[in-house]
Design a protein around this ligand. Structure first.
Ligand SMILES: Nc1ncnc2c1ncn2[C@@H]1O[C@H](COP(=O)(O)OP(=O)(O)OP(=O)(O)O)[C@@H](O)[C@H]1O
Length: 269
C-alpha cells in the first residue's frame, strides 16, 4: 500500500438515531485507498455501505473516527468528488445537454467555455444520448436517465468517483457496455474509485480490491486483491481465477446475509 493514501477511513463508526435509540450502522471501519485504486464494497442490503460512501462524499458525518482525503478530514461535499447515486441524480428542469453542462459551468476553471461544447458532445456520444440532447429527463427511460447521471459525473473529470450501484437499474447489455466505458474513462483519466455494488461479477471485473463488509453494522470482513491488471477486457471472465474469486466472495456475502437473517429473527422474537 502506498505511504500516502488518497482516501483514508480511520476507525469510522456511525450511529443513527431511531425511535428505539441509536442504531449502529458502521463500526470500526479502517481502510486506506491509494491513488488510482478501484475499490468495491460489497455486503448485504441495508448493512451500511451507502453510509460509508456518504461520509467520503461529505453528506454524513461519522459518530466516531473520520475519513481523510489527502490527509484532510472530509468536511463537506466538493467538486473533487463525482458522486453517482442509486437514484438518478439528474435535474428534471434541465435538458440532457443542460444536465451535462451544469457541472462544467460550476467547475468553470477546469472546462473553459470553448471546450465545454466539445466535452458535452463527447459524453452525449459516449452515452448514446446525442439524439436526446434537447429532451428533458422525464422523457427518457430509466436506463437513459442513469446514463445521463454517469455522463454528468464523468464530464467534470473529478479526481474521485464515488458510485453507489450506478449500473443496478440498467439492462444486462447496457450494464456491460457501461462497465467497459468506465474502464475506458479510467484508462484515459486515472481516477480513484469507490464503488458499491451487489454484483460479485461486476466487483471482480472492475476492481483492484474488493472489501466485503459484514451485516449491519458494517465492519470490514475481508479485503481481497483482484489479481488482474489494467487495461482489462471481457476475457478476464474466462480466467479460472475469476471463477475462484467469485466462489470465495459469494460464500462470504452469503454468510453475512445469513447473519443478518439470524439477527432479524432474534429481533422479531
Ligand atoms: N440518515 C439516516 N438516518 C437514519 N437511518 C439511516 C440514515 N441513513 C441510512 N439509515 C439506515 O442505516 C442503515 C444502513 O443504510 P445504508 O443505506 O448505508 O445501507 P446499504 O448497505 O447501502 O443498503 P443497500 O444495499 O440496500 O443500498 C439502514 O437501516 C438505513 O435505513
Amino acid at each position: 500500500m502506498s505511504a500516502d493514501p488518497r482516501i483514508r477511513f480511520v476507525d469510522v463508526g456511525v450511529d443513527f438515531p431511531t425511535a428505539s435509540g441509536p442504531m449502529r450502522v458502521v463500526d470500526g471501519v479502517s481502510l486506506d485507498i491509494a491513488q488510482g485504486e478501484f475499490v468495491s464494497i460489497i455486503g448485504p442490503s441495508g448493512c451500511g455501505k451507502t453510509t460509508l460512501m456518504n461520509i467520503v462524499g461529505g453528506f454524513v458525518k461519522p459518530t466516531r473516527g473520520e475519513v481523510r482525503l489527502d490527509d484532510k478530514p472530509v468536511a463537506a461535499p466538493g467538486p473533487d468528488r463525482g458522486v453517482i447515486f442509486q437514484e438518478y441524480g439528474v435535474f428534471p428542469w434541465l435538458t440532457v445537454r443542460g444536465n451535462i453542462e451544469f457541472g462544467l459551468r460550476l467547475a468553470a476553471n477546469r472546462a473553459r467555455a470553448g471546450q465545454r461544447a466539445e466535452i458535452v458532445e463527447r459524453y452525449l456520444r459516449l452515452m448514446g444520448l446525442t439524439d436526446f440532447a434537447d429532451h428533458f429527463p422525464k422523457h427518457l427511460s430509466g436506463g437513459m436517465r442513469q446514463r445521463l447521471a454517469l455522463a454528468r459525473a464523468y464530464a467534470v473529470q473529478p479526481e474521485f468517483l464515488l458510485m453507489d450501484e450506478p449500473f443496478g437499474a440498467l439492462d444486462a447489455q447496457t450494464r456491460s457496455a457501461m462497465q467497459d466505458l468506465l474502464l475506458d474513462v479510467l484508462k484515459a483519466e486515472g481516477k480513484t474509485v469507490l464503488l458499491i455494488t451487489h454484483s460479485v461479477d461486476e466487483a471482480i471485473y472492475l476492481s483492484s480490491r474488493i472489501v466485503v463488509v459484514t451485516a449491519r453494522p458494517a465492519r470490514v470482513r475481508e479485503v481481497i486483491d483482484v489479481p488482474f491488471g489494467y487495461p482489462r477486457d471481457e476475457s478476464v471472465h474466462e480466467d479460472p481465477r475469476f471463477a475462484a474469486l467469485r466462489a470465495q466472495i459469494r460464500a462470504l456475502v452469503m454468510q453475512e446475509y445469513e447473519a443478518q437473517a439470524r439477527l432479524a429473527a432474534r429481533v422479531s422474537e
